[in-house]
Design a protein around this ligand. Structure first.
Ligand code: PLP
Length: 148
């Protein structure tokens, strides 16, 4: 491992204003929901969800178009990511996705790319039909809504 040297960051880092955050800083859903677990980063939330939902040692289907850290988070939770294709306009081929569900598959990650709503209703039904845990990654869609 390379020897680390001290450095001066060029951007401002955390100060007292950020560290003194109130317990419930936002009033909008989902932050206002009763059952909320706060994590520092989205990847931490995915990691925690994978562990809490028992995905260790199980296959989890992930969109092949992804940020990257989602996969790291799943791997470090002991899950086995496998990928399903995403179209050039962030569309999903649901039949193709369903074909990729195998006997070892236990989880399914869906992402709302750039805030555009993904087919949540269809994926909920698909996950229920196959007994899969559905992980909805809203890292790019916070505070957005689909219709009502
Ligand atoms: C789809 C998706 N999931 C997860 C993450 C991870 O978020 P964080 O950087 O807060 O860990 C990102 C980050 O941009 C993302 O785009």
């Amino acid at each position: 491992m390379a020897k680390s040297r001290p450095y001066v960051p060029s951007e401002p880092t955390l100060g007292w204003e950020q560290l003194r955050a109130t317990a419930r800083p936002l009033t909008e859903y989902p932050f206002s929901a009763d059952a909320v677990t706060w994590t520092h980063l989205g990847r931490g939330a995915l990691h925690l969800a994978a562990r809490v939902l028992g995905l260790e040692g199980r296959e989890v289907l992930v969109p092949a178009y992804h940020h990257g850290v989602e996969v790291d988070a799943l791997l470090s939770a002991g899950a086995h990511p496998a990928f399903y294709p995403v179209g050039t306009r962030w569309t999903l081929d649901l039949e193709e996705l369903e074909r990729r569900i195998g006997p070892r598959t236990r989880g399914l990650v869906m992402t709302h790319f750039a805030g555009f709503p993904g087919p949540a209703t269809q994926l909920r039904a698909l996950a229920d039909r196959h007994g899969l845990v559905l992980l909805e990654d809203c890292a790019q869609a916070l505070l957005s809504v689909d219709g009502e």
